[in-house]
Each structure stands twice: as structure tokens, then as C-alpha cells.
Design a protein around this ligand. Sequence first.
Ligand code: DGL
Length: 290
Amino acid sequence: MTDSTAAHPNTAKSLTIGVFDSGFGGLTVLRALLPLIPHAHYLFLGDTARLPYGSKSRETVARYAVSSAKFLHEQGADLLVIACNTATALALPDIQQALPIPVIGVVEPGAHAALATSSFPASNIPDGPNQVLVLATQATVQSHAYTHALSALGLEASEKACPLLVPLVEEGWTNHPVTDEVLKIYLTEALAAAPATQTLLLGCTHYPLIEPAIHRILDAIGHPLTIIDSADATARATATLVAHHFPNLTPTAKPTCIFYATDSIEKFQRLGSNFLGQPVTEVNLVDLGG
Ligand code: DGL
């Protein structure tokens, strides 16, 4: 269940969607939302000062995620997209309880995207299940949120924690020999443990930025896979939620975006533009405490 509010269509004529991640990764979700829901205002928060979430305890992730979510609600968000697998896996119920608006995370849409691209649900395969390999942060893997979501859909999951990938992506090393080498180690280990893998699910919103490198390494180690991420699926699920809760919106010419970061504005503008695929302007520095 991703929607925390009862079905009561809102009569608001304009819609503000809050989107947050610990860093830049959530911009890959915003990038998918913009063309699908163009008649909205967007508020994006990158909690860059407290990144990474993925190496922290559940209590700390929940505290950071709830404060990030509350900040966006205070700025006027009518609906919240948790564009972070770690925050979704560890704190979705906490965020839903803390906010009186619809809240959607990335794990369930990601699991459904895996089902849609997996040709054979496990139950239909006589000679072995179609395994989905999930690459994610340490905290997401420890929560087993993806194992639960995938097994509820009849898919077998194996999970691999990749703690070095978020810092490499945040450094902008998306096409770099060090990143390739790290990926080679992670993927070789993961596939040795789960050789029946046919689908690779990117269980961290930072990883779509290194998808070309992942394809390259999979080809090099002789195990090409279908790669999926939850950004498009989350955007589609959000569009369904919007149609349900806000049916009377007046279309606007162009979506507008305001960005907030809890650390360096300059870095956010520079790297964020790469992640979003369009210039990131109007970044505001905010202090959400520790
Ligand atoms: N982008 C976040 C995710 O999807 C993780 C980044 C972090 O570790 O803070 O899990």
C-alpha cells in the first residue's frame, strides 16, 4: 500500500508535488515525472548534507526522511514522492503517518516494473525461478523490502549491497574506470551467488546514472541482463494517484520546479543538471538540522 490517504478527490485547481532524495539520485525520478505530469509545480529536496542515508540505521533514516518530507509539506506540497529507495524501504510508514497528504515510494512501483519485464513469474517455471537481482544500499538490502515486495508478486529476489556506488555517483564519476572496477567486483560477486538472474533491478535512484557502465560490465563478464529502474514506474504510479486525488486540475503550459539542497548549491546546480537532463536553476539552501 503506497497511498496514505483515503479516496477523497481534492478540488484544488493546481497541484504541487514534493519530491525528495538524500541527494541527486531522486532527480532521475523527477525527470520521469515532468513529461508524465506536466500540469504541476514541483518542489525537489536533495538532503545532501545528511547523505548517505544508505549506511545509516533505520531510526536515523526515518528521522531524516520524516524531516525532509515535513519540510516539503510546509513549502506547500499536496502530494509527496519519496524518490529514494532507502527512505521508502525504511521509513514509508513513518512518513505516511507524519503527513496528511498522499505519499508514494519507489519500492512497490519498482517491484511491479520487475514483474512487467520478467517474462516468466517464478510459479510458471518448472525448471527454476526467474531471479531478480536487486542492487541497493546497505540499509535497503538489510530491510529486505525488495525481497518482500518481489516475492509478493511471485518473483524470487537476491539482493546485493553496493555501498561504494552512491559516493562515486555523487562525485560525478558516472563514466570512470574506478566506477567500472567497483561495478565489476559487485556484479561478479552478486551473479556468482545468484547465477539464475535474468533481471537486474536498480534499487537505488542514484544507479540509473551508471546504467551504461552497468551494461558495459555485464557484457564484459558475459552475463547481459535486462535492467530496470523504478523511476518510470514510480512516475506512472504517481500519475494514477494524481488522477485519483486531484481530478480537477487546470493544465498549465509548463511544469515549474523549485530546488532545495541542504549542502552546496553550486554542486547541486552543476551535478543536478546532469541528473535531470536540463539546467537546474533556482536552488535554495536549507538547514534541516542534524
Ligand atoms: N538514492 C538513495 C536510494 O535510492 C540512496 C542514497 C543514499 O545512500 O543516501 O536509496
